[in-house]
Design a protein around this ligand. Structure first.
Ligand code: FES
Length: 349
């Protein structure tokens, strides 16, 4: 497994889980992060450690756009992290409190998810012009997802990601009565892939007429699947009547755990009626992936050599090459050069 990618946006939590005037604490990439929402709806993120004596700021409270520490009441701007007040100081003290700062993280709410940006060194103040745009699903504007589910994975993010893009595990891991049941009927799949700026995509193709569940989107339905670094997978179904999208992103908690966020968007007006059922199925589907990863950890504890084969594991190979190039380009201060070439992949599933 390789190191955690920085200079990237990661989802911290679904926007619906953070009400105005509230704060939540998270561990992301091994760092303690406090994410909050002002009364006006804007979100912010800062290091969850008071620079005075180290207590987590989560135990404090918000006062307007400031965060106050519970221990001695120091007050910090949630926008730039600078200290704005130390209640114990008197007129005889000449401490320049503006030099005291809690590191802040760029934080944005986009299409219903709250994203936090991790620079190379999150303790340094960032030049905002160097921050890339937040990953956004094309064609879906400012919509929020109809469904958001979150699930913990007890593994390094690399295992969760290559599990996510693995086309051969479906018939074994996702064999439920409501999804796939009975004897496994394998067919040869042949799909065209090509590079995109930070990853690769399954070139859109029209779904076969036999793919009945997709008919609710119209008669002609195409599918496009895109993966981009660090861990963003979008599966977009475009029909001649409606569209739907499944967004899956994975955020490292640390080197040994990560968390997957799945959001489902649609333009079907009556789809809200099926939300409870869809939520249940999404949770079950994610739990199947989580459970197999827990079993996998029992074997990985012995640090066995692992294999990636052609073509079923080619996407996993691309992921590791993309990640390596991303880090190399940054270390050499040069533009990223996508190592993926257009290619047809074939496998049986
Ligand atoms: S530890 Fe936070 S104000 Fe003292």
């Amino acid at each position: 497994m390789t190191t955690l990618l920085r200079n990237c946006w990661y989802v911290a939590l679904p926007g619906k889980d953070l009400k105005p005037g509230k704060m939540v604490h998270k561990k992301m990439l091994g760092e303690p992060v406090l994410v909050g929402r002002h009364e006006d709806g804007e979100v912010f993120a800062m290091r969850n450690i008071c620079p005075h004596r180290g207590i987590p700021l989560q135990y404090g409270w918000m006062e307007g756009k400031d965060v106050c520490c519970c221990y001695h009441g120091w007050k910090f701007s949630s926008e730039d992290g600078h200290c704005r007040e130390i209640p114990s100081l008197t007129e005889y003290d000449d401490l320049d409190i503006s030099r005291i700062r809690v590191p802040t993280y760029p934080c944005r709410e986009v299409q219903g998810n709250i994203w936090v940006y991790f620079a190379e060194d999150s303790k340094k103040e960032l030049d905002p012009t160097t921050i890339p745009p937040v990953p956004t699903i094309p064609d879906f504007g400012k919509v929020s997802p109809g469904i958001s589910e979150t699930i913990d994975f007890a593994c390094h993010i690399d295992h969760a990601i290559i599990g996510l893009m693995d086309p051969a595990h479906g018939p074994y891991v996702h064999s439920s009565w409501w999804w796939r049941s009975g004897p496994r009927k394998f067919r040869v799949k042949e799909k065209q892939y090509e590079p995109v700026p930070l990853g690769f995509r399954l070139v859109p193709y029209e779904m076969p007429v036999s793919a009945r569940p997709y008919k609710i989107l119209g008669n002609k339905v195409s599918i496009e699947i895109v993966f981009e670094l660090p861990s963003v997978r979008t599966e977009i179904l475009r029909g001649d009547r409606y569209s739907a999208c499944l967004l899956t992103t994975i955020t490292p908690i640390d080197e040994t755990q990560c968390i997957a966020f799945q959001s489902i968007y649609w333009t079907i007006p009556w789809m809200g009626l099926f939300k409870p059922l869809l939520s249940l199925l999404t949770r079950k589907f994610l739990a199947q992936d989580r459970d197999v990863v827990i079993q996998q950890q029992e074997g990985l504890a012995y640090d066995p050599p692992l294999m990636l084969i052609d073509d079923a594991d080619t996407q996993a190979k691309w992921y590791f090459r993309l990640k390596q190039e991303y880090q190399k380009a940054q270390a050499e201060n040069r533009p990223f050069q996508n190592p993926v070439e257009p290619r047809i992949l074939r496998w049986r599933s």
